[in-house]
Ligand binder design. Structure first.
Ligand SMILES: [Zn+2]
Length: 180
């Protein structure tokens, strides 16, 4: 089932801080990449994955935040753009497959509206709060070269960097948000 997976790039690989370029549509190679990214996300128990996390600096993300039916209906978003956020800024604890072994408190607006293209080049719009709203903002950050270290407060960054060093020494793997 997970035969076509890709290795996950982990911090501090500089590719994670690159600003990704727009995908040109139609592009048949994108479908294959999206499929591999979906497999990689599921294999590592993630709820979202951005192309730079597998070493491709293109604006492509996959997400599945459906807690009840996780694994069934992944979303592929090509050139996603955060067009609007609103609501109170709430702090949530986030994990990231590229920063294995840690979770970081990150403040984000509750609600996000995202425009994106599907693989056929059709334009869509998606609005969400909760886990999906947060995940979309996290993944779009990746496309702008921003990891959780850049998204959190400076104080939290100091702690997160320390936690990450410890987690790396302990051999944390993608998909683990804490190391015993
Ligand atoms: Zn991430």
């Amino acid at each position: 089932m997970f035969s076509q997976t890709l290795p996950i790039i982990t911090s501090p690989d500089p590719i994670l801080n690159e600003v990704c370029t727009d995908c040109e549509l139609p592009d048949r190679s994108l479908s294959r990449l999206a499929k591999q990214m979906i497999n990689t996300m599921y294999k590592n128990n993630g709820c979202g994955l951005a192309a730079p996390q597998v070493g491709v600096t293109k604006r492509l993300i996959v997400v599945d935040c459906d807690e009840e039916n996780w694994g069934k209906d992944p979303l592929v978003l090509v050139n996603p753009e955060l067009v609007e956020t609103h609501g109170e800024e709430v702090v949530g604890s986030e994990g990231c497959l590229s920063l294995p072994g840690i979770s970081v408190p990150i403040k984000r607006p509750e609600w996000a509206r995202v425009q994106y293209y599907d693989l056929d080049g059709e334009l869509w719009e998606l609005e969400s709060d909760g886990l999906l709203g947060r995940c979309l903002q996290h993944e779009i950050d990746h496309l702008n070269g921003k990891t959780m270290f850049e998204a959190c407060t400076p104080q939290d960054k100091i702690k997160a960097l320390k936690d990450y060093e410890i987690a790396r020494e302990a051999g944390a793997k993608p998909g683990e948000t804490s190391v015993q």
